[in-house]
Write a protein that binds this ligand. Structure first.
Ligand code: NAP
Length: 247
């Protein structure tokens, strides 16, 4: 149990990578906030799964792009478990289109959640993370932020943006002993990857030396390490978890 009595907030934890992260942190003894936007039943399943492992968890609905909702989530977190020690900014979405067909609305929708949501949550939980003994900010980026990807100009921009954000926050947190890092997964088997056409997936697979897509556990295990005390001397880093893809 490496995270006993730590309060960990995982955004977008009702499905996919976020769910695996929430369950892994819960299994390490953390008190977990399972944030979701609309998948209420799934979020409660995640809470049940954590409680079955002997952990504590609460599901909190909040659209991360809505600052008032995020502030309310922070207050509810404190009431449930005390201030947050770990914030995992995982919630994200895609609106894929070739750039020539991409509208300003498609651009803004992705910015609002993937970067706006990161601003809102980091802003709301910043003082908690700074005050924590081993405060951790963990931002989930993507190999797409490193390489770019056809049809994802909006998404790739948000995921690259997290690099500059993380490195800057790492500097600003350093005097408190808390850290900020990015985990940049490759292509992971979740609902998000399901939206990619089969022929594109085959093309992507040919670029992955380990010759398979990532499982959610491939990513959650790295996040668990970054959340733990063992990673205390690592900050401002990008951890690529992508099966050996170059960037
Ligand atoms: P996913 O299966 O589509 O799940 C997305 C999660 O984010 C859901 O829990 C969803 O909640 C939540 N969410 C979306 N918009 C939200 C909002 N405005 N407020 C709060 N929660 C919101 O996605 P995933 O594949 O697990 O991806 C998770 C993260 O990993 C994302 O940041 C993604 O960019 C990144 N990533 C994914 C891959 C991949 O190949 N899958 C690769 C690299 C990085 P609801 O269910 O309630 O809508």
């Amino acid at each position: 149990m490496t995270l006993e009595n730590q309060t960990c907030v995982v955004t977008g934890a009702s499905r996919g990578i976020g769910r695996a992260i929430a369950e892994d942190l819960g299994a390490e003894g953390a008190n977990v906030v399972v944030n979701y936007r609309s998948s209420e039943a799934e979020a409660h399943d995640v809470v049940d799964a954590i409680e079955d492992l002997g952990g504590s968890a609460v599901a909190i609905q909040a659209d991360v792009s809505d600052m008032d909702a995020v502030r309310e989530m922070r207050d509810r977190t404190e009431r449930a478990f005390g201030g947050a020690d770990v914030l995992v900014n995982n919630a994200g979405l895609t609106v894929d289109k070739k750039f020539e067909h991409m509208t300003r609305e498609d651009w803004d929708t992705v910015m609002e959640v993937n970067l706006g949501g990161v601003f809102n949550c980091t802003n709301a939980f910043f003082d908690d993370i700074k005050a924590a003994d081993h405060g951790r900010l963990i931002n989930i980026s993507s190999v797409v932020g490193q390489q770019g990807n056809y049809g994802q100009a909006n998404y790739a921009t948000t995921k690259s943006g997290l690099f500059g954000f993380t490195r800057t926050i790492a500097l600003e947190l350093a005097s408190s002993g808390s850290t900020a890092n990015c985990v940049a997964p490759g292509f992971v088997e979740t609902d998000m990857l399901e939206t990619v056409p089969e022929r594109v997936k085959e093309k992507i697979l040919r670029r992955i030396p380990l010759d398979r897509f990532a499982t959610v556990e491939d990513v959650s295990g790295i996040v668990r390490f970054v959340a733990s005390e063992e990673s205390s001397y690592m900050t401002g880093q990008i951890l690529a978890v992508n099966g050996g893809m170059e960037w």
